[in-house]
Design a protein around this ligand. Structure first.
Ligand code: M6R
Length: 356
């Protein structure tokens, strides 16, 4: 897992560079026409686990820059609910393995209902890749560890390319604005290298967490989607109970669980939402929570608001999930390691869930 975490900069380069032309997203090598993104009335992401969390990022990003309605569906729910989907919809299936049983069944159902289908898949020639109308391969290389890390980063990368392409061809972003975001995407590998060097503070946080029985991950907007993925990573390899919450939802029940010493990982990368996020952090801090903040270096913080701070290199709100995921993966890895867990082969889990 640690090796795969460190492979992320290269995996992102391998995925984004072949789809870059004149600093703009380009899917001509993938034989994907622009009309796939300009003509659909809505986009529906269907996936499981970590791949579904990449779809959550997609929802926030595409709705924000391209103003196309996006739904995210858990494949095991989608396949049994007689979904409202048809020929005007683009169903985007996300899967590292391309063999997850529920996701494959969801793809077949979407096709049956007449939707256009696009697969974002890592394994070349897998069932999902073969059956979808169009494929965008992620070039992460083989992912062996059960906990998905580099596959998630490249899934997000492809989704950013789709969002930028869709926004540009629909006239929501100018060519210059699209280039600015695309260049930022190209700068991500270098910035991830910097985050990977931040291990000292990350191991300190992991050591503190490793003796806890329950942890909360909080965030708003894109940070909420990242919180969901961070929480899944921790629970699957360290067996610590963890939950992710949209920060504003806390006061509707969950805050009752916060007491002296409860660890809280608070994501605060979204400038637009910073004031609200800070007030949520204060709410848990004054109830005794042990708070670790993940934020962009340029953000102002009052002392006493947090116990530990992990800072990220400067980045736009839109692309922040590409960086904030790195400390979350490392926190999960080191926490599990401190607990003596078999990080690469966690109990009860298979790398690919090919049966229901
Ligand atoms: O191969 P897939 O991307 O379709 O797999 C989906 C999930 O089973 C997978 O992401 C799972 O949640 C990972 N173990 C999470 O780390």
């Amino acid at each position: 897992m640690l090796k795969e975490i460190h492979e992320q900069p290269q995996a992102i380069k391998n995925t984004v560079l072949p789809r870059t032309k004149n600093f703009l997203p380009d899917f001509s090598r993938d034989n994907i026409p622009d009309s796939l993104f300009s003509d659909c009335k809505q986009i529906i992401f269907v996936a499981c686990g970590t791949a579904m969390h990449a779809g959550m990022i997609g929802k926030y990003v595409i709705e924000s820059v391209a103003r196309v309605p996006v739904q995210v569906e858990v494949a095991s729910e989608f396949r049994y609910k007689n979904p409202i989907v048809g020929k005007d919809d683009l169903v985007v299936i996300i899967s590292q393995s391309g063999e997850t049983a529920d996701t494959l069944a969801a793809l077949r159902l979407a096709k049956e209902k007449g939707a256009k289908t696009l697969a974002i898949v890592n394994v070349v020639g897998s069932s999902i890749a073969r059956e979808a109308d169009y494929v965008l391969y992620t070039w992460a290389g083989p992912e062996i560890a059960v906990a998905s890390t580099k596959a998630y980063s490249v899934q997000m990368s492809v989704i950013y390319l789709i969002a930028l392409k869709t926004a540009m061809i629909r006239g929501l972003l100018s060519e210059e604005e699209t280039k600015t975001y695309h260049k930022e995407l190209l700068s991500i590998p270098e910035k991830i290298e910097k985050v990977l060097k931040n291990e000292e503070i990350i191991t300190t946080v992991a050591k503190n967490i490793s003796s806890s029985s329950s942890i909360f991950y909080l965030g708003r907007g894109l940070d909420y989607a990242s919180a969901m993925e961070g929480s899944l990573k921790l629970k699957e390899i360290s067996y610590i109970h963890s939950e992710s919450y949209a920060s504003g939802e806390l006061k509707h029940g969950t805050i009752a669980l916060i007491s002296e010493g409860t660890p809280v990982i608070a994501l605060a990368t979204q400038n637009d939402l910073l004031e609200k996020t800070i007030s949520n952090i204060k709410e848990v801090k004054c109830r005794g929570a042990m708070v670790t903040c993940i934020a962009r270096s340029a953000m102002p913080y009052e002392s006493g608001l947090y116990d530990n701070m992990i800072t990220l290199p400067e980045i736009s709100d839109l692309l922040a999930p590409m960086l904030s995921i790195i400390p979350l993966q490392l926190i999960a890895y080191y926490t599990a390691t401190y607990k003596g867990c078999d990080v690469d082969k966690p109990r009860n889990l298979a790398k690919s869930e090919t049966v229901e």
